[in-house]
Write a protein that binds this ligand. Structure first.
Ligand SMILES: *Cc1c(COP(=O)(O)O)cnc(C)c1O
Length: 351
């Protein structure tokens, strides 16, 4: 009989929130859908009988143009998730010490465990804010081979300045995987200087600010040596022709992308202010946001999560916290109305 390894026996498939909900604010997607004409055009241009370009040169060039980097430093992936997996598997030997922080993006641990790394999870402490001092101390203490974090952070919505991140990078020989999945919503990116460091791989994704979660497209930016290694380690045809072509067209429309990003930022800040203004006494803290979602500390996370699900609104619940993706104005108002209703009912039930 074939036996699964112990490591595999413990795993279960990733499952986002189950069910059909009218309003989906649980995955930090953009509330703006892609332009369909562009996608139809892209489909028309594809030679479906041919393999895609293994280097995804066209889309990497457009990405590089949009962010003002050299395409020589860019590698495309089937979502940044794939890149995290490839990097961990290819760059780190079994047993390598990987330092992550909690709370942070859950997939880091998943891939590191699968690659049989030794994982160290450091708690961010009461204010949930990462700081270079603590990170450097911990990196040295455990002699980490790799340090991995998101900036701005999912789920806390907080960010670290460029200066802070630079301090971390220059203090260590460990590989720094800097996940800037939400940096389109903030202005402290290191994307224009990663090539100056020999230990940094920066990740970006088209799934959040660029509104293309459906096509699965992410990018790694690093110096030439690391880029060459990454391109060599990935599977050759990892990004499909459809994704490459649609990504290329979408990234060419810089004006539209910038307008959409601004709209999402404005909408998030408005939603955040509105949540603050309503002074809900069941929220302990609403964290300032550098992203397209808000993170909330509350003892009533379970009750509120269930209450919103009952009104067909799905958000993300974590032990003691809620994360709500910014939707469009109608969706955000639906959340606010539901919270008002929760407040009323909570009063009646006296809790
Ligand atoms: C959503 C997210 C990603 C995953 O992006 P894909 O490109 O869709 O795989 C990576 N990192 C963080 C922190 C995210 O929130």
């Amino acid at each position: 009989m074939y036996n699964l390894t112990d490591k595999l026996k413990k795993l279960i498939p990733y499952e986002p929130i189950k069910g059909d909900f009218k309003i989906r604010l649980d995955a930090n997607e953009s509330f703006l859908n892609a332009e369909k004409t562009v996608i139809k055009e892209a489909i028309d241009e594809i030679e479906f009988n041919r393999y895609p370009d293994p280097m995804a040169s066209g889309v990497c060039e457009k990405f590089a143009e949009f962010y003002g980097v050299s395409p020589n430093f860019v590698t495309a992936g089937n979502g940044s998730d794939e890149l995290i997996s490839v990097i961990i598997n290819a760059f780190l030997p079994k047993g390598a010490k990987v330092l992550t922080f909690a709370p942070d993006f859950s997939m880091y641990r998943f891939y590191a465990e699968l690659a049989e790394c030794e994982i160290h999870v450091e708690d961010k402490g009461e204010n949930l804010q990462l700081n270079s001092e603590m990170m450097i101390k911990k990196t040295t203490e455990i002699n980490a081979d790799c340090i991995l974090f998101s900036n701005p952070c999912n789920p806390t919505s907080l960010g670290m300045t460029r200066d802070e991140v630079r301090k971390i990078i220059t203090s260590t020989k460990a590989l720094v995987i800097l996940d800037e999945a939400y940096m389109d919503f903030w202005s402290e990116s290191l994307i224009n200087e990663v090539q100056n460091y020999d230990n940094v791989i920066l990740l970006r994704t088209c799934s959040k600010a660029l509104g293309l979660a459906g096509i699965r497209l992410g990018f790694a930016v690093a110096n030439e040596k690391l880029t060459f290694a990454l391109r060599s380690a990935k599977s050759p045809y990892n990004v499909s022709s459809i994704t490459q072509k649609i990504g290329e067209k979408a990234l060419s429309n810089q004006k539209l992308l910038r307008r959409n990003i601004t709209e999402i930022i404005d909408c998030t800040q408005k939603f955040y202010s509105e949540l603050l203004n309503r002074n809900y006494d069941f929220f302990d803290k609403i964290y300032e946001t550098k992203t397209n979602f808000v993170y909330i500390k509350t003892d009533y996370w379970k009750e509120i999560f269930e209450f919103l699900l009952d009104t067909s609104i799905s958000i993300r619940a974590f032990e003691g916290f809620l994360r709500i993706t910014c939707g469009n104005e109608v969706e955000n108002n639906a959340v606010l109305n539901a919270l008002d209703l929760f407040k009323k009912e909570a009063k009646n039930e006296d809790f």
